[in-house]
Ligand binder design. Sequence first.
Ligand code: UDP
Length: 243
Amino acid sequence: MGQVFSRVLLKLSGKVCGDNGIDVKRIGHLAKLLIRVLENKSTSLAIVLGGGNIIRGRNFPSEDKYDRVPIDQMGMLGTLINGLALQRELEANGVEVRVMSSLRVDEVAEFYKVRVARSHLDKGRVVILACGLGIPFCSTDYATVERAIEVRAEIVLKGTNIDGVYDGDPSRDSNAKFLSFVSYERYLQDQYNVMDFAAIKLAKDQGMPIRIFDFFKEGNLEKVLAGEEVGSLIYFSQESVLR
Ligand code: UDP
């Protein structure tokens, strides 16, 4: 299947690495899926992994007396652990990978610099962007859109375990309607919750399209890279996102 984008940023929740910590089998499966699409080298691939399988700051048990900052720092380091696990698996299969971290951990990963990240991508390396933006009170969704703009990705592809955006909660409401397209305005107005609002606002300001799709459905990653309308597109209008 031909690939239509020259550069994408793939956002995957920490779930792809495990339910609770790292699941080696799941990382192996993830790497296999990625290697399959990397064989057709026309799209350069940056990846942001979440860290929810290790720590999610907003869900971490805490009372008011606790400072949120170290909790979010643990969350960021969780994304680094996921990134290193994926790097290990990809490298073992001959893929050139760089993990770039927004926090300085020089012995472990390169410190993120936008020009260096672009250069790695230009050379066909997979770049795994870890530690979000390196600041607390921030989600990896927001970091995804920010980094996608910086590395000049054409689109954010958010792979999740649901098939896209619904106008209700399909697990509770059988009348919830699947939306193959949602404008940024409608997403914010109707308060959908597949991606956080700060991320959607930034995407709107900078015109970054976002496609939400079921990452676990066989063939879906190939399809979104081929420009097929799988899942839901969040953008200004339904017109082509190819520039
Ligand atoms: N985080 C942060 N700053 C960032 C990115 C992430 O503080 O720039 C922390 C935050 O605590 C977050 C955790 O890292 O909850 C893991 O990321 P996220 O919840 O987005 O992971 P996902 O839900 O995608 O698995």
